[in-house]
Design a protein around this ligand. Sequence first.
Ligand code: NAD
Ligand code: 0WE
Length: 270
Amino acid sequence: MTYPLSLQGKNALIFGVANERSIAWGIAEELHRAGANLAFTYAGEILEKRVKPLAESVGSKFVEPCDVTSDEQIEKVMASYKENFGRLDILIHAVAFADREDLKEHFYTTSRKGFAMAMDISVYSLVAMTRAALPLMEGGDGSILTLSYYGAEKVVSKYNIMGVAKAALEASVRYLANDLGPRGIRVNAISAGPIKTLAASGIGDFRAMLKHHAGTAPLRRNVTQEEVGKAALYLCSPLASGVTGEIMYVDCGYNIMSVAANDKEPAAEV
Ligand code: NAD
Ligand code: 0WE
């Protein structure tokens, strides 16, 4: 028997790589190291030239466009994936978006349109992707993974509609886990600590946020893409065969804290 952390012969489809700093890319690298066959989708033409070379570096030729607000595009990707790979074992959802204006001030100013868009891209996309992937995942020990954040549970100033969307995403993980459990498919989320990615670069004073997290977290530092990747590898591997519907923190322990120590300096400069 191969070691249960090996993903040799497993097929993974990854949504959400924008560049080499993306959490989805951290996950891709770990799944690749474990031997999985990787495939990628990207959100727009501008990202194609970024994602293609990354995919090539892990031996992947399947790189297709997919705007997750479109059921047609999602179904097209799945049909094309089926032609190329036959079956799907691992589905990674690392996609989120809200209007920048809605992450600047108060939650109550969120427009109906902004609310609906954030929920569509950041939450419904998981439901649509899962439904479209299902026929490709039958009869195996499949695994679906998404990314959440602490703002789902507790108020993080300015995270606003994204916090509400992540709360809905975490609930969706539980409902999907219940639906797909009888078919042997597991659905989980990683709640990652803050990481400087493209999605984080639009946030005013993200540096202060990183500093606060590193100073408060028990490990006195911030989490890395690689650490989220390693946790993702575990959740998608047979080592986690008994784990579903779970929201797993990979945040250097930040979420357990109430009153922080008064050596509130990070162990290393952030
Ligand atoms: P990122 O910008 O690298 O990734 C976000 C991805 O979403 C991009 O690849 C982008 O192209 C994609 N996307 C946006 N709209 C889309 C659409 N309509 N169709 C298809 N794709 C679309 O940033 P990231 O930080 O790696 O984000 C990945 C996930 O991790 C997100 O769900 C985010 O909420 C979550 N997360 C991020 C952090 C953090 O601090 N960076 C912490 C916890 C959770
Ligand atoms: O989930 C996220 C990022 C989500 C995100 C970020 C942007 C910035 C640019 C969604 N949509 C957009 N739209 C844009 O136009 N994180 C967990 C990172 C993050 O974002 C924050 C945070 C943290 C942490 C926003 C406010 C406060 C904290």
